[in-house]
Design a protein around this ligand. Structure first.
Ligand SMILES: [Zn+2]
Length: 452
């Protein structure tokens, strides 16, 4: 427990501490909300699962810390407590010989940062996240008895968090375990398991980057970049990503009796037309997706509503668009529709949903980037095929690492399909990912320059 936590640039060493205390910079926040003996027993189970291989480790990870790790983009019903997963994983990584910290801004929401220096040279971070999206009612899952108990379905494993992201985490941990067991001579490995990724990383990757100034020389985010239906094993490499936003549209009008709609101005009808305008394809590459609608009051069905509102996601946002641009664009469609209304008694407004609800996309990394080159070579050596480079149309922590100026890519075995229920991952892709990530890490640590 002696190596410094931070990296070659912007070093601000964090003192060694007991890995079972959550730390915010220099300040101890207290232990995570899980009894140390329970965490210790879980860590031993995890280590045994890792020794048995990536599939067994995925099954173990699926249930770890659930449902406390469920997190929702619009603010979860119950605040997540990823520390239920972080604490056992921290103890497991410490047993593997890494210098481990639980870092965060609350004892319930600890990020795991584990570092092992092998020699002089670059620091490579392997990143994944601890939270998942909610499972929903178990009765909606057809291919498993419970969303947090993994079951087999052909060559796939079904459970919440398989493709996003415990199956990716299993591949990451197996690769890390092999690197630690047969260490490279150069560089350092950092395993960063973050909280709050499902809500744009404020307490997770942003906390590590902005408050703690972590600056690795390269980051492989092991998150879904495979496609279901493509031949397996096959995993693509995301070198660029698009961003997203979440906004509320509210339209107010004049209520009328249903016998006399001509005496009112119906905001629900106007909202329907606004959404039709917004859902037109090809808005500068980004698109609008309606995620919630509200109008009318229970017990008032003789009358048209006073207000109508919609919550919309804007997805596919490029790197140069701002919050103001996105809001103005939506507002312009609302105004254009309301101006076309003969009644003239409608008004509308647009606001971002509270919280971290705007993220722009990233610039792409080119083939000569040492991280891209390491993965491309490792993939070619492992499979005999060229890895497909593409733009990932979704948020993950890679975007935050790229916005901090770091070299970061996404490469992982999960499917980029995000099924709401019956989420699955391919076993063959998990095995491929652990092989490629291990080999790419060795190549990067051996050849990439350190930024010191
Ligand atoms: Zn994810």
């Amino acid at each position: 427990m002696s190596a410094s936590l931070t990296t070659s640039r912007h070093d601000r060493p964090i003192p060694s501490r007991d890995p079972f205390v959550v730390v915010d910079g220099e300040r101890e926040l207290g232990p995570p909300p899980i009894d140390v003996d329970t965490a210790r027993a879980l860590a031993d189970d995890g280590a045994a699962a890792a020794d048995a291989g990536v599939e067994t480790l995925t099954r173990w990870l699926v249930g770890l810390g659930q449902p406390w790790c469920e997190n929702s983009l619009d603010g979860p019903l119950r605040p997540p407590e990823e520390s239920h997963a972080a604490a056992p994983l921290a103890l497991m990584l410490a047993d593997w010989g890494m210098d481990v910290r639980l870092l965060g801004d609350a004892p319930e929401r600890a990020n795991v940062v584990a570092t092992k220096r092998f020699g002089p040279g670059p620091l490579l971070m392997l990143n994944d996240h601890l939270d998942t999206y909610p499972s929903g009612p178990a009765s909606r899952w057809q291919h498993c008895d419970h969303p947090y108990v993994a079951s087999d379905h052909g060559d796939e494993i079904v459970a919440r968090g398989t493709s996003d992201t415990r199956g990716n985490m299993a591949a990451l941990l197996v690769a890390a375990r092999r690197l630690l067991a047969d260490p490279p001579r150069r560089g350092a490995l950092q395993v960063a398991l973050t909280v709050d990724e499902e809500r744009n990383g404020v307490h997770g990757a942003s906390h590590l980057l902005d408050r703690l100034r972590l600056r690795p020389d390269g980051v492989i985010v092991v998150e879904p970049t495979a496609t279901r239906g493509a031949p397996t094993p096959e995993i693509a490499l995301a070198v660029r990503q698009t961003g997203h936003a979440l906004l509320d549209i509210t339209i107010s009008g004049v209520s009328s009796h249903i016998w006399r709609p001509d005496t009112g101005a119906n905001p629900a009808s106007a909202l329907r037309r606004v959404l039709g305008r917004l859902e037109r394809p090809d808005r500068d590459g980004h698109a609008v997706c309606v995620v919630g609608l509200s109008a009318g009051e229970a017990g008032m069905a003789q009358f048209t509503p006073l207000t109508a509102s919609a919550r919309i996601a804007v997805v596919g946002i490029g790197p140069h668009l701002t919050r103001g641009h996105i809001r103005d664009e939506v507002l312009a469609e609302v105004r254009a529709e309301l101006e076309s209304e003969a009644a003239g008694d409608l008004s509308g407004d647009v606001d971002f949903v509270a919280g971290p609800t705007f993220v722009p996309g990233t610039e792409g990394l080119t083939d000569d980037d040492p991280l891209v080159a390491s993965i491309a070579t490792a993939y070619q050596e492992t499979t005999g095929e060229d890895v497909i480079r593409y733009c990932k149309p979704a948020f993950n922590d890679t975007i935050l690492f790229r916005h901090a100026g770091l070299s970061a890519v996404t490469f992982g075995p999960g499917y980029e399909g995000w099924p709401v229920y019956d989420e699955v991952i391919s076993r063959a892709n998990m095995r491929l990912a652990s092989d490629v990530v291990e080999d790419a890490a060795r190549r990067f640590l051996d050849t990439a320059p350190a930024q010191a």
